[in-house]
Write a protein that binds this ligand. Structure first.
Ligand code: DGL
Length: 280
């Protein structure tokens, strides 16, 4: 565990953020995690920026009540639309998934043609294209973006590699393939579950998993750990805003391990403690 023994807070619009938590736990097995899934209000991916910001601030307020030392926004849509307000209003470091994945994509591409797939809200925010440009301003990377709204329900149905999923993926990816992308950012927490299918459809394209990239940055931010032996079961406290019957099955799929019974909570009445902002 790092010197600061407070838990790490993680939130997502639902259970998709478990694909990010999986990598956080892998890289920081000695840490305690508090995971909040806003399952009562999922999906965020087709909501307005104002709504996603309001929900994200309430999720952050819940995590701060648990005395977290940092917040990982394990949701691309919330990272795209709410990271700035979270960073402005939250008193602990806040890490989104877009900057780490964009930096990795900018490093990885050699053809300088990068594809990004995500929810409608993430893609129309243009956050990935901006972050990729910022990560490598001299590389002149061209970003081809594509919303893939059908992927989230397909993954939640467990249709990870069926003829129907391949057909839809083929439609979504055709323009990017025609543009010779060599790198594809999986800009939604559900998409890493489609990796085996996407790898077989795009064998020459490097797939960027935002959870993997974000966990690497989070571990760096968390700092060095002591040499205490690690317990075999990760220490994760699960909270959901609605208890969906499919949670245990989906959680196992996303996280790779069985999880404790989640606690149902309500966050829609929460507000953040006031922070004094310096006048600029
Ligand atoms: N977690 C969301 C994301 O990564 C996908 C699900 C949703 O639309 O809320 O964008």
């Amino acid at each position: 565990m790092a010197e600061d023994q407070r838990p790490i807070g993680v939130f997502d619009s639902g259970i998709g953020g478990l694909s990010v938590l999986k990598h956080l736990v892998r890289l920081m097995p000695g840490e305690r995690f508090v995971y909040l899934g806003d399952t009562a209000r999922v999906p965020y991916g087709n909501k307005s920026a104002e709504t996603v910001q309001a929900y994200s601030l309430q999720c952050a307020a819940f995590l701060l009540q648990h005395n977290v030392k940092m917040i990982v926004v394990a949701c691309n849509t919330a990272s795209a639309l709410a990271l700035d307000v979270l960073r402005r209003d939250v008193s602990v470091p806040v890490l989104g998934v877009i900057e780490p994945a964009a930096a990795e994509a900018a490093r990885a591409t050699t053809s300088r043609m990068v594809g990004v797939i995500g929810t409608r809200a993430t893609i129309s925010s243009n956050s990935y294209a901006r972050a990729i440009e910022q990560a490598a301003p001299d590389k002149n990377i061209i970003v081809h973006s594509q919303p893939c709204p059908l992927f989230v329900p397909l993954v939640e149905e467990g249709w990870l590699d069926t003829p129907a999923t391949r057909l839809i993926a083929g439609e979504y990816l055709r323009p990017m393939v025609a543009n010779h992308i060599d790198t594809l950012v999986l800009g939604c927490t559900h998409y890493p579950l489609l990796k085996p299918m996407l790898t077989s459809m795009l064998p020459d394209v490097r797939l960027i998993d935002c959870g993997e990239c974000t966990a690497t940055v989070a571990a760096e931010m968390n700092g060095p750990v002591d040499d205490e032996p690690i317990t075999s079961t990760p220490s994760i406290y699960f909270y959901l805003t609605d208890n969906t019957p499919s949670f245990p099955i989906l959680a196992r799929q996303f996280l790779g391990i069985s999880v404790n019974e989640p606690v149902r909570v309500s966050v829609d009445h929460l507000t953040l403690p006031h922070i004094e902002h310096e006048e600029s």
